[in-house]
Design a binder for this molecule. Structure first.
Ligand SMILES: NC(=O)c1ccc[n+]([C@@H]2O[C@H](COP(=O)([O-])OP(=O)(O)OC[C@H]3O[C@@H](n4cnc5c(N)ncnc54)[C@H](O)[C@@H]3O)[C@@H](O)[C@H]2O)c1
Ligand SMILES: [Zn+2]
Length: 331
């Protein structure tokens, strides 16, 4: 194994380290891995900051991290994004391994090589592409995950069904109970299929020149919901669930989407206790937030529309059309 003889610095958050530090340390010891140091960041999105990054760099250097050392991220997407970016930037790039512990990180954040932190102007504005040398997934850690976090990850799994795999979507419809109870076989299966879809799409378009955009299905409205409701009020997956239903509804209005698609997506989201609508008061302000960030107000946006379950199309849409449709509230 390529980690043998190389020092490993483990980065985790306080919660995950509290749950898994002993077991993970033992597993590394059993595999003859030399652990150089452990670093624990506070849990939550605010840790994706320049201050936290700088502190982590300092701690790694103080611990004696060398150019041939390996950074190992153990945690959710926050830990992976920060530790991955620290790996991308320390000595202009050291190797890293990602051990995702949330469903969202297993099926999404850990795959694709995007690393980074937030800026006061917006999320993920500072970062780098830096592929991990390995992504190691251990399904049983999902048992300690808060159910709301599990459901948040399931929204991304539903997304993969819509954009690329009608069979996955159908299996989700018939295995709700098993998946929610985290019984290992069904969830292992859906994690493997989802991770594979993301890996395949990213493998064909690493820098998001074209096809990778399909992964944004549900996210144009989803990001707008997160922004208008105040970041943190909704989980990312909850916002994406409503975003997918809205995107399908918009597609029906444009006569690009089969009419049964929005309801099938909404029913599946609802069966996992994910929200499927947003009240009309918010719909108006959603229009304002769509396709907008502090640096950029675009007239046209690339928008992912489902044609059917398992098939999507990237369209160039006038922002004005989306805004008007939302403000009509005729959804
Ligand atoms: N790099 C990418 O391509 C990419 C893609 C999607 C999302 N992201 C990023 O991922 C982040 C969100 O990731 P997330 O949803 O994993 O959130 P997170 O990392 O904040 O984890 C959510 C919570 O779950 C806890 N937790 C993690 N694993 C646990 C476990 N096994 N048991 C109990 N508790 C556990 C964490 O301590 C935290 O409190 C965002 O910052 C987002 O921007 C990145
Ligand atoms: Zn997402």
């Amino acid at each position: 194994m390529f980690v043998a003889q190389r020092p490993v610095a483990v980065v985790s958050d306080i919660k995950v380290a509290g749950l898994y530090k002993d077991r993970f340390s033992q597993a590394l010891h059993d595999a003859d891995v030399t652990v150089l140091s452990w670093h624990q960041i506070p849990e939550g999105e605010t840790s994706k900051s320049t201050q936290q990054l700088s502190q982590l760099h300092t701690e790694l250097l103080d611990a004696g991290m060398s150019r041939d050392g390996i950074i190992c991220a153990l945690g959710g997407g926050v830990v992976g994004d920060l530790a991955g970016f620290a790996a991308a930037t320390l000595y202009r790039g050291v190797d890293w391994i990602n051990v995702p512990t949330t469903l969202l990180a297993m099926v999404d954040a850990a795959i694709g090589g995007k690393t980074g932190i937030n800026h006061p102007y917006g999320k993920n504005l500072i970062g780098a592409f830096h592929q991990p040398s390995a992504v190691l997934i251990n399904i049983p850690v999902l048992e300690t995950l808060h159910p709301r976090e599990l459901r948040s990850g399931l929204a991304e799994v539903i997304k993969y069904g819509v954009i690329a795999d009608a069979g996955l979507f159908g299996d989700l419809e018939t295995q709700v109970e098993d998946i929610l109870s985290v019984s290992s076989e069904p969830i292992l299966e859906i994690v493997a299929r989802s991770a594979k879809i993301k890996g395949t799409v990213v493998g064909r378009d690493e820098r998001e020149a074209g096809e990778r955009m399909i992964l944004n299905f549900g996210h144009t409205f989803g990001h707008a919901i997160e922004a208008t409701t105040g970041f943190g009020a909704w989980t990312h997956g909850e916002a994406v669930a409503v975003g997918m239903v809205l995107a399908a509804g918009f597609g029906v209005m444009l006569e690009k989407t089969h009419p049964w698609v929005p309801k099938r997506i909404a029913d599946l989201c609802a069966s996992f206790d994910l929200p499927t609508s947003i009240d009309t008061i918010h719909l108006g302000s959603l229009g304002e937030a769509v396709g907008y960030d502090k640096k950029n107000r675009r007239d046209h946006i690339k928008f992912v529309i489902p044609v059917d379950i398992g098939e999507v199309e990237i369209c160039s849409i006038e922002r004005e059309d989306l805004t008007t449709w939302l403000q009509r509230g005729d959804i």
